[in-house]
Design a protein around this ligand. Structure first.
Ligand SMILES: NC(=O)c1ccc[n+]([C@@H]2O[C@H](COP(=O)([O-])OP(=O)(O)OC[C@H]3O[C@@H](n4cnc5c(N)ncnc54)[C@H](OP(=O)(O)O)[C@@H]3O)[C@@H](O)[C@H]2O)c1
Length: 275
């Protein structure tokens, strides 16, 4: 299968990327990026709140791949939204990353009372050419409906927690019907399904690991996946998902495992209002 997708901006995005949340050890993100690029990854997903953009920038500079062949995502955090300092936050991210532009700039969370005005600034940033695509993360249908009242620019991506234990089909169908690319974060559910019977049985059937079964389920549905690892062996094996396909009956079986299980936490100050 093809391992890239075209966004509604007509920009091409790899289906597979490296997540670097919690890769904050000395040179950890840098080493992970170099290893990921060696293993075929071309997408790196960071965020200002991960506190590793400088290290990510060094990894990008060192990985030996021309900038134009990489797809770099970062995100604007909630504090900047509340302060109304989106442009400042964006400039600081570019400075830390040592980049002239990012491929994708996301609103990290739909902060109530802020995310609509944040989006209008992202539109300006995109027009300036320094974010080739703009999108959102952790948006529910009602956030998109509110956004559509103030903007004709449809987000290119919705980055959401997504894996077989948390399969929000209604939201995903909504995004897919509007040309919003779904990007699955925590696609390994941070390890929660790696010893699950169904994943182990399917792993044996397809000669793959449970992690590869979960990641393949997502890309086979057309979602981009951004598994995080700082270990070269895991980085390599998480990428080895494009040489097999899961039969429809097994895809259907995996679909039945949804239990709305969130492995990633919701920021404390959004818990009452975000969902
Ligand atoms: N937009 C958002 O709000 C949001 C929220 C959460 C995450 N994200 C993004 O999505 C990325 C991925 O999500 P995540 O990091 O939360 O969770 P994840 O990718 O589901 O899981 C990462 C965890 O699994 C381990 N791991 C990786 N590959 C493995 C393998 N093959 N076998 C066993 N364990 C493995 C990693 O440890 P090692 O590193 O030690 O290998 C790490 O502890 C993040 O890094 C971030 O870029 C975005």
């Amino acid at each position: 299968m093809k391992n890239t997708v075209f966004l509604n901006t007509n920009r091409e995005m790899p289906l597979l990327g490296l997540g670097v949340y919690k890769a904050t050890g000395e040179n950890e993100a840098e080493r992970a990026i170099v290893s990921a690029v060696e293993n075929g990854y071309r997408l790196i997903d960071t965020a200002s709140v991960y506190k590793n953009e400088e290290n990510v920038g060094r990894g990008i500079a060192q990985c030996g791949i021309p900038r134009s062949e990489l797809f770099v995502t970062t995100k604007v955090w909630n504090t900047a939204q509340r302060l109304g300092d989106i442009r400042g936050a964006f400039e600081r991210s570019l400075d830390r990353l040592k980049l002239d532009y990012v491929d994708l700039y996301l609103i990290h969370w739909p902060v109530p009372g802020c995310y609509l005005s944040t989006w209008k600034v992202l539109e300006e940033i995109q027009k300036s050419g320094r974010a080739l695509s703009i999108g959102v993360s952790n948006f529910e249908i009602r956030h998109f409906e509110e956004l559509a009242k103030v903007s004709d620019v449809v987000p290119a991506v919705n980055q959401i927690e997504c894996h077989p234990l948390f399969y929000n089909k209604e939201l995903i169908d909504y995004c897919q019907s509007r040309g919003i690319q779904v990007q699955a974060y925590a696609p390994l559910a941070r390890g929660a399904y790696l010893d699950h019977d169904v994943f182990c049985v399917l792993g044996t059937k397809y000669c793959k690991t449970p992690a590869q079964i979960g990641l393949r389920w997502a890309v086979q549905k057309g979602f981009s996946v951004i598994p995080k690892s700082v270990h070269p062996d895991r980085i390599r094996s998480n990428a080895d998902i494009f040489d097999f396909s899961i039969d429809q009956e097994d895809m259907d079986l995996l679909d039945t495992l949804n239990q709305n299980y969130r492995s990633a936490s919701i920021p404390e100050d959004l818990r009452d209002v975000a969902f």
